[in-house]
Design a protein around this ligand. Structure first.
Ligand code: FAD
Length: 469
């Protein structure tokens, strides 16, 4: 018998419960459908290309053939299932609204063909519908959620990748290379190629390095964008090149026990919480969870938005973050908070604009994590940093990039400034600027907003929707 494996955000062979279930039925035909409903950003498409190429090789090495198609998955999946005479279709459970909608429509079409459609928990540690607060309502706040989740998580035992995966050979496939997912002119992916190895092997290598080198000190180092103390597993986890069960299992078992490990597991539960929030609030990416924010007096300021996007705000730590994003497709979590706060507070630009730019530029762009985090920073999430707590980016720079190493890495035009003025060049005396080769307004912009008046304007806007600071 043949079973169709519909791969989505689970581009892996190890610890893949949908693959295991399909193998139980017989010969497996693995399929990936690039469906335009996902509206993937540029960096995601780059990643996807390489991840699929890697999976294709891994499957070919086992005698099999990855089938790739482009178009409406709700039509392609049932049609292919019927054509190959599949006895069943298997996939991982998804929490993205468009995938849930695809699943619903595909399930209907498959039911008409009398082909069962099975889904396994895969992207999250806990199925979102199975975890509720004592009142029976979904959790809205992280801390009680994480406590309940910690007790409820029982990661799956390892599932080894199959030795042979021989299906799909006679099934017609498009060619990944014909899809044009990689940038050509301009080729902006140079920094991405240097920073990442998409695919399952790359994911496991990354996890191994992190557990060995960085887990113990994670609680201390994770806030330092000038160091590499975090796992950088986010794109691998997003695409499911490594399963969250495996990451949880391996991190739990790692030595030494201590605050590093505990803090890391709690971060994984932030991911879990975001997926849970998206499941229970499918409009998380577009609508503020707190209703009063619907009337927030946001500004339309296209020139300032562009300055933020391109790292030309005149605030070095903000610009360094935005350039790290552009160059590498990733930004350190502390910097995501600083740059996002600057956009929604100092510039009063809607968080959805910032989320859209991140969506396009991040290799780990994730509907749940991105939307939940933006709402958190903007103060409109259910469990948000209070809006009136406005980050001062210069203080953030002094605290988390004390020698300016991070700014220097991404802002070569400021590299010669002394530590004392690297975060605030507009306060430097003329001769210091001259010696460092910096001419404000020419080689580097003056701040596009005065930090103090920007802060006051944000607080005034917050009062307009009835907020109390
Ligand atoms: P580590 O510190 O090693 O954490 C391990 C894993 O835990 C991460 O890979 C990630 O899967 C998860 N995680 C950690 N922090 C968070 C968090 N705050 N929320 C949810 N999951 C978390 N993360 C994304 O994966 N995709 C996004 O699109 C995304 N957008 C964000 C937007 C903003 C404005 C902010 C403030 C944060 C965003 N994050 C997003 C969360 C976080 O910044 C990244 O997950 C993290 O920086 C990834 O680096 P890492 O793998 O080294 O993290």
């Amino acid at each position: 018998a043949k079973a169709l494996l519909w791969l989505r955000n689970d581009l892996r062979l190890a610890d893949n419960p949908a693959l295991a279930a399909a193998l139980d039925e017989g010969e497996v035909v693995p399929l990936y459908v690039l469906d335009p409903v996902a509206k993937l950003g540029g960096a995601s498409l780059w990643w996807l290309h390489h991840s699929l190429a890697s999976l294709r090789d891994d499957i070919a090495g086992r005698g099999g053939h990855l089938v790739v198609r482009r178009g409406d998955a709700t039509k392609i999946v049932p049609a292919l299932a019927r054509k190959i005479g599949a006895v069943s279709v298997h996939a991982g459970q998804a929490h993205e609204p468009w995938l849930r909608e695809s699943d619903r429509a595909a399930a209907e079409a498959l039911a008409r063909l009398d082909i069962p459609f099975h889904r396994q928990r895969s992207a999250l540690l806990l199925s979102p519908e199975h975890i509720a607060s004592r009142s029976g309502d979904p959790y809205r706040v992280y801390t009680p959620f994480s406590r309940a989740a910690f007790d409820a998580v029982h990661p799956r035992s390892p599932i080894a990748p199959p030795d042979r995966l021989a299906g799909g050979g006679r099934v017609e496939s498009e060619r990944l290379e014909d899809w044009g997912l990689l940038p050509t002119q301009p080729d902006w992916a140079d920094g991405l190629r240097g920073a990442w190895t998409p695919g399952e092997a790359g994911a496991w290598a990354r996890l191994g390095d992190f557990l060995e080198d960085d887990l113990a000190a994670y609680a201390r180092e994770r806030d330092r964008p000038d160091r590499s103390g975090t796992s950088r597993l986010s794109p691998h986890l997003h695409w499911g090149e490594i399963s969250i069960d495996a990451v949880w299992r391996e991190a739990s078992a790692a030595k030494p026990d201590g605050s590093g490990k505990q803090t890391y597991l709690k971060e994984l539960l932030w991911r879990e919480f975001a997926g849970y929030l998206l499941w229970h609030n499918p409009k998380l990416a577009v609508e503020p969870l707190r209703a009063e924010y619907a009337s927030f007096p946001w500004r339309r300021a296209p020139a300032e938005l562009r300055a933020w996007q391109h790292g030309r705000t005149g605030i070095p730590i903000v610009d360094a973050g935005m350039r790290q994003l552009w160059q590498t497709g990733w930004m350190h979590n502390r910097m995501r908070m600083v740059t996002a706060s600057f956009l929604v507070k100092h510039l009063l630009i809607p968080w959805q604009e910032g989320a859209a730019w991140f969506w396009d530029c991040l290799v780990d762009a994730d509907a749940a994590n991105n939307a939940a985090s933006w709402q958190w920073v903007a103060g409109c999430g259910t469990d948000a940093a209070p809006y009136f707590r406005v980050f001062n980016p210069v203080l953030q720079g002094w605290k988390f990039d004390p020698d300016g190493a991070y700014v220097r890495e991404f802002m070569p035009e400021l590299a010669q400034l002394p530590d004392k003025f690297i975060q605030n060049p507009w306060e430097a005396p003329e001769d210091v600027l001259r010696e460092a080769g910096v001419t404000l307004g020419k080689t580097y912009p003056r701040p596009i907003v005065d930090l103090k008046s920007g802060r006051n304007r944000a607080l005034a806007a917050f009062k307009e929707i009835g907020g109390k600071g």
